[in-house]
Design a protein around this ligand. Structure first.
Ligand code: 6GU
Length: 296
């Protein structure tokens, strides 16, 4: 996988050469290049932003600079798409949330994805990370200040590029850099050969069919500062240990992330799972669990 990161603070990504990501680079699984957006400016001030149309606070990143940069990284020729009859319909459809197929005059390369971190976009999830770990080329465009001109992602969509915008959570960051390093770590650790022990990926939170939170972990000694590892974990009874872990996952998820329990398909639950969820006040007779009361 090749990764390009475009930012006005490319130094932010120097730490990528360290840590696990650094090892994957050494092994040749991925190559990463952090690029300075200002290298694509052609004015003396190297300006990348301008005041927002319609007023308001802050500055917005200019489309022209991003256009020069992304054309080069995507290997596309600049073009004026106002002639493309599909474009207006496409913009209207995007604004109204309809899904339309546009006539693609140019096909961008298969396996290339352009990602813009954006706090007003859909949430980035483990499923997105999994899907993106199969791609050949990912370009991240880090916005700073109040954001970027909304025509930038739309333009590349009409050019046939797979464009995504993601938020990493319900809080505000100053720019996309931290969000990109979060997405990058979630994606790259799923590339085959990246992790020392692939089993730990299968077991962890959010990765299974039903995305439950993981059970707590313990190691030796069995007693530390007067605190014991739960007896069941020391019993050596494999089936009982697995059942205890599963039940703890369900209870923990019920307490901390009931929204994840609501997404479970009841038909996939075992008899034991049902008992556990019922004990936590869930009705499991429908398609998905429904909270009906406090714990019993
Ligand atoms: Cl992707 N960007 C910024 N600036 N803030 C965020 C975010 C992204 N996700 C959550 N907050």
């Amino acid at each position: 996988m090749h990764i390009d990161i475009v930012s006005v603070f490319p130094q932010y990504f120097e730490t990528l050469t360290l840590s696990l990501l650094g090892k994957a680079r050494e092994k040749g699984l991925i190559s990463v290049e952090a690029r300075n957006l200002r290298d694509w400016t052609c004015d003396v001030h190297h300006a990348v932003d301008d005041t927002p149309c319609g007023g308001g606070a802050g500055m917005v990143m200019k489309p022209a600079v991003w256009g020069e940069c992304l054309d080069e990284l995507l290997g596309l020729e600049a073009s004026d798409i106002s002639e493309n009859a599909g474009y207006t319909t496409f913009c209207q459809a995007v604004q109204s949330g309809r899904n339309v197929k546009i006539s693609r005059k140019y096909e961008a390369r298969e396996g290339t994805v352009l990602i813009f971190p954006n706090p007003s976009a859909p949430l980035f999830t483990q499923n997105d990370a999994k899907e993106l770990s199969q791609k050949k080329h990912i370009i991240f465009g880090c916005g700073r200040y109040e954001g970027y001109d909304a025509r930038i992602p739309r333009y590349y969509e009409t050019r046939g590029v797979d464009v995504r915008e993601y938020s990493i959570g319900d809080y505000v960051l100053n720019g996309g850099e931290a969000a990109v390093s979060v997405m990058l770590e979630a994606i790259t650790r799923l590339i085959p050969g990246f992790m020392g022990n692939p089993d730990s990926i299968i077991e962890e939170s959010y990765s299974g069919e039903d995305s439950l939170l993981e059970h707590a972990q313990f190691t030796k000694p069995a007693r530390w500062r007067g605190m014991d590892v739960p007896e069941i974990y020391m019993s050596g009874h494999h089936a009982k240990i697995e059942a205890a872990k599963r039940s703890e996952s369900l209870i923990r998820t019920s307490n901390i992330r009931p929204d994840l329990v609501e997404r479970i398909h009841c038909e996939k639950l075992s008899e034991e799972d049902r008992k556990t969820l019922i004990s936590q006040g869930w009705d499991v007779s429908g398609e998905h669990p429904r909270k009906i009361s406090a714990e019993r």
